[in-house]
Ligand binder design. Structure first.
Ligand SMILES: [Fe+2]
Length: 653
């Protein structure tokens, strides 16, 4: 079913702007009282983020988030940064709109300000840094400085109205506050860098946001974390969550060194970095030789074996990050006097820091934008136009307005059947939802690995039960089976649990109303669910530690007993909730493994084709698409996809 039927949006009647230059493409002034009065409530706004990483498009109609998707899901190139023509096409098609029906198109940052930063940074290091400057130039000259032209191209020349540019951190802030369940909240955005800002805070009230403070480039928590991502041999802008996953294996023995030599951290969470240790302003690497000397080693080579030192470095920078987030949280609370906090920006995907902020920080409630990285900026700018520029009122939805972040493409049964027929797949159709859930729960309980594709695709990096690979969290074998035979990824990474919201506090140290519907908070497995320590637990060293059984749900329990929890409720994802309920009835355990439906380096699957190819190219036992059920052993040998060839399609992340 389409979200909206095909329709045309009537044109807006705009009041005469008091200062027309404000709206001439170069951006609008948030602090002005400029308001456009509209004569009709039918307004379609497209938000776009592109050209850095994770391009995306989002469509907001009359203030409702109708759809949003990342470009990578369509092009099958992870973190695709190209102009999101496919995501835009999807959004328009979903709503039955043509480009000319759009009333506003917004872009999530201001390229000229970014370019100014690039030039100023280059000039202050010149002539050092010439090489990186020259490498960055072609893309700027070809695309980034000609954004309206690129956007016209992307909209097939059929959108003739104005483009609106918001500032990068305002887009993040808008994506955090406007969909949140709060009428009023403090807002904190933390990332690598936008135009100049690397972190900012302020407050949202009703339909307005106001950012009052910022930390500026080159001092950046996101870039600091990315520098250590690079130093420990992971890919920048992609491997940050691996560094976070590695941290529990290490001892944070470098914390003092980092605080003494690398950053000058203030009580309010702001800091200055000692740039002699970093190279991102002027070079092609994130860290400098001086950093190598400080740690007595060069950066780890990608894919080289992980050492205890890598783990200790990971633990140290993670601890410093948590400290910065806690100090900043306390300061923002004290400055704003608000009891709620909204978070966005790439650093808001650090769910260990988020978990500590939730439990140890001063705020009563925290809401984090599920697409906290730059993809979410597309949604932010669209909502900013609706609420702040057009002055439309906002009443916070107690659940939130993100619709479970299930905002992407969906496929009808007819479409799925046609594809399966064409592909020569052997399938079973299970029309009754209850029966389907019972059957899948039985398969999970017998240690089958299930590819689960249902309804609308997730917006944001986490699989939330629509494009997920699921399995039995109680199984001690499942962690390595799924890592090495299904996902083909590093064995040190544990899986995340999906747990029935109403049972979450039975298994995890979460209090009362606390929930984590978007898998953005880490919580510890309760003592009562932990397995008593034995020789095994202590004998394993390094990444082998994950093999020790630590709890009743070992597949999702990290070596420090933490888990990246997703609480599942019937309102946001009813079928997934029903499935876990069936598993709970059958086994007494309301927890299953939930990992994204992809292999290493592959974007999450989007279409039935993607899901089927991933199923046939890996060792997955079962595939479910809507009500269609496929078993691996029933598929014809001739349909199998060569695994090496399949994996070769995707660059390692
Ligand atoms: Fe950002």
């Amino acid at each position: 079913m389409k979200v909206r039927g095909s329709r045309r949006v009537p044109p807006l009647q705009l009041s005469e702007p008091k200062n027309p230059s404000i709206l001439q493409g170069s951006g609008f002034l948030l602090k002005s009282n400029f308001v456009i009065r509209i004569s009709t409530p039918m307004t379609a706004i497209l938000g776009i983020s592109a050209f850095y990483h994770d391009s995306a498009a989002a469509l907001v109609i009359d203030g409702d988030i109708v759809c949003a998707a990342q470009e990578e899901r369509f092009t099958r190139r992870k973190h695709d940064h190209e102009f999101p023509v496919n995501a835009i096409h999807y959004c328009l098609e979903e709503a039955g709109l043509e480009p000319e029906d759009l009333d506003y198109v917004g872009f999530y940052d201001k390229p000229f300000l970014k370019f100014e930063r690039l030039l100023e940074t280059y000039l202050s290091y010149s002539p050092v840094g010439f090489r990186s400057f020259v490498m960055a130039m072609p893309l700027w000259l070809r695309q980034k400085l000609h954004l309206p032209r690129e956007m016209n191209k992307g909209l097939r020349g059929r959108y003739r109205k104005r483009y609106i540019f918001s500032e990068h951190h305002e887009s993040h802030a808008a994506s955090a506050f406007f969909p949140s369940p709060f009428q009023e909240a403090a807002i904190l955005t933390v990332d690598g860098v936008g135009e100049w800002a690397t972190a900012s805070f302020g407050a949202g009230r009703g339909n307005r946001i106001q950012l009052t403070h910022q930390l500026r480039f080159p001092h950046s928590l996101g870039l600091l974390y990315s520098a250590f991502t690079y130093f420990t041999g992971f890919k920048v802008n992609s491997g940050e969550y691996k560094l976070m996953g590695l941290a529990p294996y290490g001892e944070p023995r470098y914390v003092d060194l980092i605080l003494e030599k690398l950053i000058d951290l203030k009580e309010d969470g702001s800091f200055r970095m000692n740039l002699a240790y970093f190279n991102y302003c002027q070079g092609l690497t994130m860290t400098s030789r001086k950093m190598d000397r400080l740690f007595g080693r060069p950066p780890r080579k990608p894919e080289a074996p992980l050492t205890q030192d890598d783990m200790d470095i990971a633990a140290s920078i993670q601890k410093v990050t948590e400290e910065i987030m806690l100090r900043t949280g306390r300061h923002v609370h004290q400055q704003t006097g608000m009891k709620n906090l909204c978070l966005a920006g790439g650093v808001a995907l650090n769910c260990v820091a988020n978990g500590r902020l939730q439990r140890e920080g001063p705020f009563d409630n925290i809401w984090i934008q599920p697409a906290a990285g730059d993809a979410g900026g597309a949604l932010g700018v669209a909502l900013l136009i609706w609420h702040q520029l057009l002055n439309n009122p906002r009443t916070a939805d107690p659940l939130d307005a993100q619709h479970g972040s299930l905002l992407g493409p969906h496929f009808g049964d007819d479409e799925v059947r046609e594809f399966l027929e064409d592909a020569g797949a052997v399938y079973h159709f299970v029309p009754e939802e209850d029966e389907l859930c019972e059957r899948i729960a039985t398969l999970i309980a017998s240690e089958k690995v299930v590819g689960w594709m249902q309804g609308r695709m997730e917006f944001g990096p986490r699989a939330l039960g629509s494009r997920s690979i699921i399995g039995d969290a109680r199984s001690s074998a499942m962690q390595s089976v799924m890592n090495l035979k299904i996902k083909f990824r590093e064995s040190f990474r544990p899986f995340a649990p999906s747990v029935l919201e109403q049972r979450a506090s039975d298994y995890f140290e979460m209090q009362g109303e606390e929930n984590s519907p978007y898998m953005l908070l880490v919580a510890s497995v309760r003592n009562s669910r932990r397995t008593p320590r034995d020789g095994d637990t202590d004998n394993f060293q390094g990444v082998q530690k994950l093999k020790a059984v630590r709890s009743e749900v070992p597949a999702i329990t990290h070596v420090d007993y933490s888990a990246r929890v997703q609480t599942v409720d019937a309102a946001r994802n009813p079928r997934y909730h029903k499935l876990i309920q069936a598993f709970d009835r059958m086994t007494g355990c309301p927890v299953i493994i939930n990992t994204s439906f992809n292999v290493r380096g592959e974007p999450m699957v989007c279409s039935p084709q993607d899901a089927y190819h991933c199923f046939m190219g890996t060792n997955m036992d079962v595939l479910v698409i809507n009500n269609y059920l496929l078993f691996r052993e029933e598929q014809a040998e001739s349909q199998r996809i060569d695994r090496e060839q399949y994996l070769d399609r995707f660059e390692l992340d």
